[in-house]
Design a protein around this ligand. Structure first.
Ligand code: A3P
Length: 301
């Protein structure tokens, strides 16, 4: 064995593992500089649970399918905490000043992978002024999420993870050492908080988006107090389909031979990865941290 078997270069932010480009200082900066407006919207997720999909949907909802809006969804709805790191560059980092002052759709919308408590830190300056943004949280079943995150770790240059599935799921995912920490904590915390309307959290699921995207788009519209007619809703769904995004979404360079960001877009693919034992470990944690709070996921076919 190597001294550092399969390094996974996360840094800790408030005790939670983060990508190397979001240092504690970067996150503190974001908290210091961002002052929430009541109209701000956050797309918040644990990584690989449908962030980009929701960014695309939200952009289309906000611009009412405007074909002239040629911004990519990751630019239209930038990643807040990632933009306050030491350098700008690939991976969705933006000029922090522009990010805070521009409101392309008459309001500001951001992506974040913050945990619930980290999000409260980001919201603190606004909260002191009595303002609370709206948060759209997208959750995905932990098995497919783990597989997607495994490919993410191997393909993205900032991770360049070289371990195999066994190492990844057993040593990193189950133990919460992956980016954003434990899926179980992240997801269950947002689920519990979303039950309180004062939190202004809409809790959506990736699997529901797969089965009936129109329904989820309508939930989003209601949550945001926006209206689109049936035809416009259909158009939002079409322009955010896997096929459409596979074609339109441009991403930063990945490691050779690895999978693209818009990879498979289905549920149930975990079955070709998890061993019986790994599945048992996951089921145990799922029962303990998720199901007992009344949250249930569809694990696909
Ligand atoms: P897979 O790796 O399972 O294919 P995130 O944007 O949070 O990083 O999530 C990425 C995952 O969402 C990837 O999952 C990706 O393929 C999937 N995804 C992105 N756009 C999608 C879409 N329009 N429909 C279905 N899945 C989509």
């Amino acid at each position: 064995e190597d001294d550092v078997p399969h390094s996974y270069p996360a840094v800790l932010v408030d005790g939670t593992p983060s990508p190397p480009f979001i240092t504690q200082e970067a996150f503190n900066n974001a908290c210091e500089r961002y002052e929430a407006q009541e109209t701000d919207i956050f797309v918040c997720t644990y990584p690989k649970c449908g962030t980009t999909w929701l960014q695309q949907i939200l952009q289309l909802v906000l611009n009412k399918n405007d074909p002239k809006d040629d911004k990519q969804c990751s630019d239209a709805i930038p990643w807040l905490e990632a933009s306050f790191g030491p350098k700008l560059g690939p991976g969705g980092r933006h000029d922090p000043e522009k990010l805070l002052t521009s409101a392309p759709y008459g309001l500001r919308a951001y992506k974040t992978h913050a945990s619930y408590s980290q999000l409260q830190r980001l919201f603190l300056k606004g909260a002191e002024l009595g303002r609370r943004p709206r948060t759209v949280y997208v959750a995905r079943n932990p098995k497919d999420c783990a597989v997607s995150l495994y490919h993410h770790a191997r393909s993205k240059t900032e991770w360049s993870y070289t371990g195999d599935w066994k190492h990844f799921v057993e040593e990193l995912f189950f133990t919460g050492k992956v980016e954003s920490g434990s899926w179980f904590e992240h997801t269950s915390e947002f689920w519990k908080r979303s039950q309180n309307p004062e939190e202004k959290i809409l809790f959506l699921k990736y699997e529901d988006l797969l089965v009936a995207p129109e329904n989820e788009v309508r939930k989003l519209l209601t949550f945001l107090g926006l209206e689109l007619d049936d035809e416009q809703v259909t158009q939002v769904v079409t322009s955010s389909s896997f096929a459409a995004m596979k074609q339109s979404y441009k991403e930063p360079p990945a490691n050779e031979g690895e999978t693209p960001h818009i990879r498979q877009g289905t549920s149930g693919g975990w079955r070709s990865y998890f061993t019986v034992e790994q599945n048992e470990v996951l089921e145990f944690m799922y029962e303990k941290y998720i199901q007992r709070h009344g949250l249930v996921f569809d694990f696909g076919k």
